[in-house]
Design a protein. Structure first.
Lengths: 419, 419, 419, 419
């Protein structure tokens, strides 16, 4: 999973890190009822209960089962239910049917978590390095599911005509309007991209390799809700000229006319969020737009999306721990604190790069090797993390990926242009 | 809704009847978790929570709102959520999306029931006759939903790979094998069918009218699981000659090869029920077969299904309160007590009659007039009630109806033939 | 196929009848190009070339192959291509793929016809009675395909944005407006329906049997285009109250707002026909309406559709050879000659009766037994023949049947009501 | 459409070139009947008649209409029918309905071609340079449609259970078996790719730009049918490990188990081609495989597909006019003349590169600007041309593109690997 040897966290630090990650997941489901945690709102989304159990299955399977002698599965029937897509791990429940599993209950799944956590923490002092690396992987894996849990939950609540808020939140003070976009220029030059450090990274982030940039400029901030409303008002969703052919077909077939969760009420745009329905904040970054929408916006604006290499080259100078990211359970949303070239947090930024392997990429052997490589067709790379990304999870080299029509993640837009 | 004036139950008796019906519904959901009661397993089925709330909405709307001065809706948002299909009552939540509504919770819906029950019982003494008739209708309406709640719940549990039992039940003693089918002959004669009594009935049961029977015989019992297994073993599902054209297309498209919930394990047939998966009882009536399957079986057997008039003429001499019907919450299933000409209980019996209006039928005015008339295309009539039908609900004139491919109800087969 | 022994046509008369039927089919395709005859416009329709070949395959298979010693198939590959739905005759080409068969060409199919016709006419003098009955059946079978050929062709031309006319036709003189509907009353009485004569009939028309009519009245004419336009103008397609539930779902899903082939141009209704697009004639019978539409119209008018027995009882006194029926190739359309109680021709009239077997009905043995019986679910009976029905084909007992949403045949509406 | 000024062909040479291209298209349809040229076998394919007319519409619209004063459209209704996807040119017939247009006939479409050709050749001497460039574009555009016409025709014939041959062809002498793959190594270096010449090119081929190759090797020949049969025999289509996730879903959903048009007969593989069904030639390049299959093969072989830059760098040294390409109408198929590093002809080679814009790419203004840019999502680049590509049409910089599941073109596989 890693491309370079990783300096091991000492066992105590690893235990603390592990406990912290597991606790945050459980904090996220604290406001949920058994039903909230069970229902699946679409094929792309999973129930919260499934996220809770799947991340636990991952730890139980690849660490406890494989490295702890005498460990007995908590429940022999769970691997079938909670394997996600690891073909090498055998048959599994159909993804689209995850919401049918009302039993085990939320409480039983939390008990499963407790059982596995206790077993893992007990085993940790004696685990070999390979297993400790899998604990680290399990933490990063769980962080990914924390973000999915949040966005899947938001999608579920949006299906409810009552539009319930998951977390109450006070009335927001509008963000100050950012100034016009500033452009960060980049020369034609050979630069290195991809993961090259000695901490954890996912396999698809490497190998680190040289790439050639062409002369370009990249925006110093993302597009705002207010700017997006202007795109709508200018007929952006009604003019095929701005759109990729597949995007235009999607717009017509699905009747797309605004970002997901937007609704016009009394002539003003509102959005649904984890704190219920509220007016959009014109100064906040637009989110829940698809690649097709992002590309159409760029086309309308006469520019383009950045390549992932351009993005990474510009982001390398910025602190991946900065920006608006997930620190605690609550009604997260894109809310930039200040204007300026922040590249991390708030919204995942669509790039114009298809998700394909880097030169020299090879999936690692075994079931965990199915992690990223097999998704390398049809999807586009997103960079930078979002308000729902656990702080510490993302890096300049981090490659997220979704299909061009998907938009239930916190996805947004940064522009670029050729020079 | 009724075709003749009904002798009013006195107010106390009506209150007791009402309370009893409402209590049985709640007993049915007692073993359910919040999630069990929320998930929708297919478009045809509804969540238990929805049944709880919809029956309550029916009472609140057509009685409390319309007849009780000053009554304030328990929650103004509920009519949108819990109207089923009454176009005259305005917009409503999409049927296929009922399972998305995780909130209100089960507890909140039970509170809604409590609120409406209290209001209705308080108002009952002063309700005019028209409203008291609607209370009676509300009871019958709720009984229909009790049966649906049971069959929808069974369907949901069957989607769970763990196949949980809703009610534990001891090991069943096999039923004694019935003898060969006896044939009850019927002459060519003009006879009266349809509801003609002075108790409650649904609009589609009337008007009572003369009809002409042709010479025929009708079986004195339904087909058993053992007989059905013989049909399967004889290649019944593989030979197009037995099947209606639409039925054969359904068999091929859906890969149908046995009744719903049947599964072969170690060479023996099992079925899933509310008490989990168990071997089939060869002597018990086959159930969970579609009209297409029922018709194919009859064709294979060289006979046919009865018409609804033939069935009603034969059933008229039998006690509709007899047979295996629903008396209390539990793992009901077809279990005939004795051999002999019982026409009620165990399984709904497919007839060969399309569900169409009787001569002189007119839907009643207003929203409740949407009750049955608008479903009179594409469906077939079933008669006799099942193990999940609340005792007292069904009559000789009672017309149930489903589409020919549907089989998640407790549906079975009685044969007939021309003489 | 027949319910009573048929007086045999003498061999010369049968040969003349056969030659006449075959010639009319070929006259119908005279204006068609190879491409016109090959394309399939929807799954329900078949290419003209397929109709030409399938009727020929029927004769070749059931007569020449089965009764003429030494007959060699014209082409061994044709049975797979041109069997329609006879399961007993083995595998066959998928119905929805009939339009893919560009070869054999129209000319080759006409040669196939010539070959089979010559062989059959040569064999006719020596054919046994059973085979001669199949020749008669083959003629009636071909007449059914003549009507389908016409309606399938109309549907195909309607898919072409250029809306070509198949036959040129001079400008029509508008029909004189009929007076208000007169009502023919029928008493409650036992009457006989079903085929009971000694000429040819299809299996589903019998056995002739007693049935009981209830007091009713049936309209003396069908609904006109002008009356239908009034239904539209009154919001008939926008008010769910008039519609069966399945019908309303169909209206919404398909965006139905007028009969098939109607289009509003400059505020006036036009229809597409075999002579191209023209204004509707307000006095002519409305056609190309589905059962759902027919039922909704009747509901809007406060009445109902007739049962098939009511229709047959009223039609029995009328001449089935009268009315506007198909005599020669050309741009047929509903054009009533005179006002008055004509029950045959112009449009097939939807009844409120589901297509189900008569008492005592049994499909005949063998492949031809698949003719009608297996279609007895989900369809409604139509009566009376249309402008596209070859004169002589239809009888008072004749039962046509289609699914309630289908409307590419010349289908119309006659009202009835309870007394 | 071009990135650099093109040296104009003199007017005579342009007229000759134009006439030659138009004549080849017509030679391709010479064996077709009216029906063969009209039917559409799937949404991705178009009828031959449509290709004939659409290419003509392109010339009529962008040259005659826009540059020739007083030119009257041959038929005012044709633009609606024969515009393919140019949104700026207004409404157009639905792509999936092209096969419904039986009229105009093939002869009428050929007359349309004659009319436009005559008008264009008459106007050519006086056309301004911009219009002459469009004539050149029209020739290249028509060459693309020649290839599609061939592959669409093959697909149509394959739908016919009779599997007719379009062109008779004598029995083929098997090709000599190639030796093992040789590997052409490429260093890490900055190289230039993209069109940079002064002849014609499509917009997406430029701008020419520097790119950085990483150390790699590319195969000196494509994969053969024999090698593919070994992949099948080794369970290649049954082992999810080799497949991209989307590819595996496609394999399961579509039941894919061999290249398109392959069929096993008596244990040996056959393929359907324009000369009918024949045994595969083990030495010939495999064709009609999708990107998913190509990628799975590479994965099974432990290597990968080349990037488009790697391919272009290797191909630059080879003659784009060489190899097995389309010279005349006939039953073309992949048939390598000799072993060795030929990069052009036989089969389009899937690369691992998503079809995305080059740095600095901008679609040109106006309707013709919709040519390539709007297809830049979801598709993969193919290189090299095929046996159905008109000789002279393809270049080292030429970028063809299809969706990863598509395989009705002559598509094949060349391997590459990291060094």
């Amino acid at each position: 999973m890693r491309t370079k040897p990783e300096p091991q966290l000492d066992r105590n630090a690893l235990a603390a890190r592990f406990a912290g990650v597991r606790a945050l997941t459980e904090a996220l489901v604290a406001p949920l009822s058994d039903a909230d945690s069970t229902v699946q709102s679409m094929d792309d989304a999973s129930p919260a209960k499934w996220h809770l159990a799947h991340t636990t299955w991952f730890l139980e399977t690849f660490i406890l089962r494989d490295f702890v002698a005498g460990y007995a599965l908590h429940d022999e029937r769970f691997p079938f239910l909670f394997n996600s897509y690891y073909e090498a791990e055998g048959r599994r429940h159909s993804r689209a049917r995850r919401g049918m599993v009302t039993r085990p209950t939320l409480d039983e799944v939390l008990a499963y978590r407790g059982h596995v956590d206790a077993a893992l923490l007990a085993a940790l002092p004696a685990l070999p390095a390979a297993a400790r690396e899998l604990v680290t992987l399990g933490c990063h894996h769980e962080e990914q599911h924390q973000e999915l849990l949040i966005t899947d939950l938001l999608h579920l609540m949006a299906q409810n005509p009552l539009e319930p808020a998951v977390w109450l939140a006070e009335r927001k003070v509008p963000v100050e309007m950012p100034g016009p976009i500033g452009w960060i220029e980049g020369d034609a030059e050979v630069t290195e991209v991809g993961f090259g450090g000695d901490c954890f990274s996912f396999d698809c982030e490497g190998p680190r390799h040289a790439t050639l940039l062409s002369p370009h400029a990249i925006a110093d901030r993302t597009i705002t809700n207010g700017e997006w409303a202007a795109f709508i008002a200018d007929g952006g969703y009604a003019e095929p000229r701005h759109w990729l052919s597949d995007g235009w077909a999607w717009v017509k077939a699905e009747g797309i006319a605004a970002p997901l969760y937007w609704e016009q009420q009394d002539g003003a745009w509102t959005r649904f969020g984890l704190d219920g329905r509220r007016p959009i904040d014109p100064a906040a970054p637009v989110t829940h737009v698809s690649f097709y929408e992002a590309d159409a916006y760029a086309s309308w604006a006469g520019v383009r999306l950045p390549t992932e290499a351009e993005w990474e080259a510009a982001a390398a100078a910025h602190d991946p721990l900065g920006g608006n990211q997930l620190d605690a359970a609550g009604a997260v949303e894109p809310r930039p604190a200040t204007h300026g070239p922040a590249f991390f947090g708030d919204v995942w930024e669509w790039t114009g790069s298809a998700f394909r392997p880097y030169p020299g990429f090879r999936p690692i052997e075994g079931a965990v090797g199915e992690y990223n490589g097999k998704f390398m067709s049809g999807q586009f790379v997103l960079r930078g993390g979002s308000c729902a990304t656990p702080r510490g999870h993302v890096r300049a080299s981090y490659r997220n990926f979704f299909y061009p029509h998907q938009r239930w993640q916190f996805t947004g837009v940064r522009l670029a242009k050729d020079l």
